[in-house]
Design a protein around this ligand. Sequence first.
Ligand SMILES: C[S@@+](CC[C@H](N)C(=O)[O-])C[C@H]1O[C@@H](n2cnc3c(N)ncnc32)[C@H](O)[C@@H]1O
Length: 193
Amino acid sequence: MREFLLFSRTGFTSPNFRSLIDAGRLDIVYQCALMAIFKSQAHRQDVVFHAVLNGPPSPPLHIRISGAELRDAHIDERSWEEILRNVIAGKRHPGIEVDRKSFQEIIKQKHAENSRILVLSDSGKPIDSMELGEGALFVLGDHVGLPKKDEGFALRYGDKLSLGRKKYLAASCIDIVNYSLDRLEDGNKSSED
Ligand SMILES: C[S@@+](CC[C@H](N)C(=O)[O-])C[C@H]1O[C@@H](n2cnc3c(N)ncnc32)[C@H](O)[C@@H]1O
């Protein structure tokens, strides 16, 4: 399983908002979910995306989206505005679960489940030098970046992974990781043929 965990510093934990961008940058949650889960014409069956919202009024709120189980979701922002508003309000949507777990609780849980914790940071070990396999949780910050204390907590359990010295959007990072792992999988398959 390939998993991503986004720390949203300001994402609203109430459904009362006019637009995703005005809801403490929930647009970043939408963009990251899109890059994590969607391929052309299909969902990634082996990907789970997590976002922890730490904005007002009652943080934290953990949203878990499973590519294998997600249904009734298009790729446009307006559809996701509706989906996020509904799940934050406590309504059900197939493939999406919401609970009150914090960022640190998820890190501990994934470590206990033997997932490799990889914290995305431009100052980490270069992606080309790391042995990447499945069973990893890729952790990333929003437009501001991960709070130092949460980054330090995650690094007790894992390593920093860099995609290069340029700073990318969080959603671009997810796309690059998915692409890199897809290339590795394709390479492994063709060497088995
Ligand atoms: C828009 S960036 C945050 C920018 C923020 N000003 C900072 O300095 O961290 C969002 C997240 O993407 C990830 N990221 C951005 N560029 C990266 C890179 N070159 N390598 C690895 N991760 C990166 C980090 O996890 C970062 O918290």
